[in-house]
Each structure stands twice: as C-alpha cells, then as structure tokens.
Design a protein around this ligand. Structure first.
Ligand SMILES: [Ca+2]
Ligand SMILES: [Ca+2]
Length: 281
C-alpha cells in the first residue's frame, strides 16, 4: 500500500516560565520522497507445483479474503497492511497467502522489526492485499535485513545473508527485478535441500506447524477429516481450505494406508526441518 507519509508532528509543551511553545517538525527523511521501503520478492511453494503455480484454492473460492496468519499461535502476527481483499483483488490468479517476516541484527541478536501477509501470485511474485506487486514496509528505513517467508503448511524459508532494502518510491520498482529471489538456491539458508530442477521452494508438508515434517503431519490429514466425519471410511474427501491440503488442490482425503497425493508429498519430505535466521523455535 503506497501512502503519502510526509507527516507533520506538532509538539506543544510548557516552558519553564509557563508560556506555551509550539513548533512543527517534518519527519520525512531529507532527500527521500517516502520513508519506508519496498520489497519485491519471488517465492515458490512446492505443493503448488511449477510456474505458473496452482491457483485451485482461489479458483474454488476457498482462499480466504483475510490472512490466515493471526495473533494466535503459531503465527503471532498482526499488521495494519493485512486488510480484507476486495472482489476485484480476489479475481487475480493467487496461489495462497504467505507471511513475510523481517529481521535485523541488533546488539548481536536477531530482532523482528516488521511483518506482513502477502498474496502469492501464480508467477511467484509477492503482492500486497491491494494486489500491487511488492510489499511496502512503512516503518523500515533503507538498510540490510534478513527476510523469512512462512506458510501455513510448508516449512519456512529464509535468506542466508542480510539483503539490502532501499527502494522508497513505488515508481522505482521494476516488476522483473526482485530484491530477493527465494527461488534461487543461492539465496536461501536451506541451500538446495528442497529444490527441484534448480528452483528453490518452500518444502510442503508441515501440516501441524512444528517446523518439522514427519509422521505426525501424515496423521494430521486423517484427523482433519475425522474431526468432521467421525470414523470416515477411506476415500472420504473434503473440499476446502485445510492445513492438510499440502498440494493446495482444495481437497484432502482420509486414507488409513497414508497413500493419497497429500500423504505422498509429506512422506517424500519426511525429516526436513525449518532452517532460518534466527533458529526456528
Ligand atoms: Ca510438522
Ligand atoms: Ca490436496
């Protein structure tokens, strides 16, 4: 969201002699039209396949109009940028919501300084909740930051090194030039552990969001079906926005032998863990 942030603060205080003194202070940084920075980034979700990624959730109108990343565990996320999507915004080919977290080093430790939900386009670009490519972080100044991408049923991914964010004016953004290309295995901390064909993706299958893909994620799919249809027989399928839908095709199916497509993706990634800065809890 681009905003005119040439803010003016008016300070008023009482002087020692009791007279009131007022003055204006323009807080726009000298030489910069806008405070804050833009992030233009590219991301791949393994479960959604290769580019263009699957938009089945949006196509079936089960993609939520508001971010699924909230103040509740495990996301603990809130941002004023996370507004409900308009019908016009919803019409674009979105894959899913992702969560962007930005850290900086302060006194030797990683400090989370901002975060924002983003819409993942089928071409991999991150877009704001008003459907503009790139994300605007009003409270950040140009500098070097570590950036992590989280997803509700994929393992998080993060930059190996601090990256420079400097663009302060939306008109300067080249949609084809990414500040961070998370699909480049050289960019991310996980190296090529979950890359396919040279494309780095967030690894699919962390259904229960514990930063590990294992058998508990397999069991979670059947549990989600059985939570709605008790003792559902094998083959019972639910359509909708479920954490167990790791291939993002809008469906999960109960299967006691754990052999559906969603189960298979989890099994293939068994043992993978999140590796980001700072270390995942
Ligand atoms: Ca897990
Ligand atoms: Ca599925």
């Amino acid at each position: 969201m681009k905003m005119n942030l040439a803010l003016t603060l008016i300070f008023t205080f009482s002087g020692l002699l009791g007279c009131k003194v007022s003055y204006d202070k323009n807080i726009t940084p000298a030489g910069n039209e806008y405070p804050g920075v833009y992030l233009n980034a590219k991301v791949c979700l393994e479960g959604a396949g290769t580019f263009p990624m699957s938009t089945a959730l949006k196509n079936n109108n089960t993609l939520p109009f508001v971010t699924p990343y909230t103040l509740a565990n495990p996301w603990l996320h809130y941002s004023i940028e996370d507004i409900a999507l308009s019908p016009a915004t919803y019409a674009s080919p979105w894959v899913d919501w992702v969560l962007v977290e930005i850290y900086k080093i302060e006194f030797g430790s990683y400090l989370k300084v901002d975060g924002q939900s983003a819409l993942l386009h089928e071409d991999g670009s991150l877009n704001s909740s008003t459907a503009t490519q790139s994300l605007y972080f009003a409270n950040l100044v140009p500098g070097n930051y570590y950036i992590n991408i989280k997803h509700r049923n994929h393992l998080a991914i993060g930059t190996q090194n601090a990256v420079s964010l400097s663009i302060q004016n939306y008109s300067e953004i080249d949609p084809l030039v990414f500040d961070v290309d998370f699909t480049d295995p050289q960019t991310v901390l996980t190296g090529n552990a979950s890359s396919s064909g040279g494309i780095q993706c967030l690894a699919a299958g962390d259904v229960n969001n514990d930063n590990l893909i294992d058998s508990s994620d397999l069991a979670a799919i059947n549990s989600q079906v059985n939570a709605i249809f008790t003792a559902a027989p094998d083959g019972t399928t639910l359509n909708g926005y479920f954490a167990g839908d790791v291939n993002l095709d809008n469906s999960i199916t109960v299967n006691t032998s754990l052999s559906t497509i969603d189960h298979g993706i989890i099994s293939a990634n068994d043992g993978l863990t999140t590796l980001v800065h700072p270390n995942a809890p």
